[in-house]
Design a protein around this ligand. Structure first.
Ligand code: GLC
Length: 413
């Protein structure tokens, strides 16, 4: 009991420590700016003790929304030379210096959860946010669909930077003209837990291409060799649209077209079912080839409101294989690497989304996912991610989103 109280306090302290006034950084040093989906998780964390602060987090994020509706993945409120690639490398064209790509759209879902905690104050905030969320979702619908599934145009967009799902499309990029640059991430965290130079060259090459094209979505559609229909984006957008529709209806707002878009996304989600491996999977939009990967994003189907017996079998299998799931990559795959970022480690935030979806459907594995997450945080603290085989801490420490997961879900008694 004492332990739980301490952890609640520690989690709140982490949120406060990483609060930069209206926005929260993921962790000091490694990630000194506002990240899109990190902020949405942070807002949910704040909502457990300060709803006004939770709404501010989302509003600050949307103050960086671009004219075309895109909401950037990083907002550079205040320059920090310790981070690369910074604002000058990205050349974002929004109202505040930012990156030129987006991240999984979980903000509408988090806003709905916050609203449920805080209906009196929440209504006005929801009314302000609604049209902005609607424009962001429409931007995805306009530019990012492949057979109704949602594509990423940079590995960082999925929020799962170096997952093996990108290996084949990344191999097609020739980054020889990328030039010299100095990575900063490996100055903060051991290189064995981070993406390799091979990956990084390609990340930067894609940023340089976007900048050259002024982040024009039509031009990117024509030129970008990296375009992958991704379960994270597809499932989170489908879920976000459902929440937006529900909120809009509740508040009597104009919800015209959202139900039709949900249908498109539902069909799109089904096109991500790979019958060969019997799992939801990523698909290269250029070649049509499957990634052939069971990742933690495959398990977001319930969060999106979709049941799947096949995916349940996969979840059972991976949870039986490692003690501290849900691993970001299949522990039986030869690409599994338990400490390298999105190639094996367990991420509390993904567990939260998976767990919420399972709980809502009264799935028998729901509690197992929550308890695994709770145990990880109790044993190893608020790390960025964890080794799923022994539960040890990995990546950055004092991490905002892990603290938010504790407060809002994992630490529940
Ligand atoms: C890493 C993660 C991404 C996250 C960011 C900030 O790039 O892969 O999902 O948003 O760090 O925490």
């Amino acid at each position: 009991m004492t332990k739980t109280i301490d952890l609640d306090e520690q989690a709140r302290d982490i949120l406060k420590m990483n609060d930069r006034g209206g926005y929260t950084i993921p962790t000091k040093g490694l990630y000194p700016y506002q990240w899109n989906w990190d902020s949405a998780f942070a807002a949910l964390g704040f909502a457990q003790f300060n709803c006004a602060r939770a709404w501010a987090e989302l509003e600050t994020l949307f103050s960086a929304q671009w004219a075309d509706g895109m909401v950037p993945h990083i907002v550079f409120h205040k320059a920090d030379p310790g981070y690369y690639p910074g604002p000058d490398v990205w050349g974002g064209t929004g109202p505040i210096p930012s990156s030129g790509i987006t991240q999984p759209p979980i903000a509408a879902t988090m806003a709905r959860l916050i609203f449920e905690k805080d209906q009196s104050l929440g209504e006005e905030h929801m009314r302000t946010l609604f049209p902005k969320l609607r424009r962001w979702h429409s931007w995805f619908m306009q530019w990012r669909l492949d057979q109704g599934a949602v594509c990423v145009t940079h590995p960082w967009e999925a929020g799962r930077d170096n997952t093996p799902e990108w290996d084949a499309p990344m191999a097609r990029i020739d980054p020889t003209d990328v030039g010299e640059y100095v990575r900063r991430d490996t100055q903060h965290v051991d290189g064995s837990m981070r993406p390799t130079k091979y990956d990084y060259d390609r990340y930067i090459w894609l940023v340089q291409m976007g900048r050259r094209l002024h982040w024009d979505q039509q031009k990117l559609l024509d030129e970008n060799p990296f375009r992958v229909a991704d379960p994270t984006m597809t499932f989170t957008l489908l879920r976000a649209q459902r929440d937006l529709l529900a909120m809009g209806q509740m508040l009597g707002l104009d919800v015209d077209g959202i139900a039709e878009e949900i249908e498109i996304l539902e069909q799109g989600a089904q096109t991500l079912w790979n019958p060969e491996i019997e799992s939801f999977d990523a698909r290269d939009a250029h070649s049509g080839e499957w990634a052939n990967c069971v990742s933690n994003a495959s398990f977001l189907c319930w969060y999106a409101g979709l049941d799947s017996e096949g995916q349940t079998k996969q979840l059972q299998r991976v949870l039986d294989k490692v003690q501290y799931g849900v691993p970001s990559h299949d522990p039986e795959s030869d690409k599994f690497d338990g400490r390298r970022y999105w190639r094996g480690p367990t991420w509390a935030v993904m567990n939260l989304l998976i767990g919420l979806g399972l709980e809502e459907r009264n799935h028998p594995l729901a509690e197992r996912v929550r308890i695994a997450t709770k145990t990880l945080i109790e044993e190893s603290g608020f790390s960025e991610y964890f080794d799923p085989t022994d539960g040890s801490a990995a990546g950055g420490q004092g991490f905002t989103w892990t603290a938010a997961v504790w407060l809002s879900w994992a630490g529940r008694t």
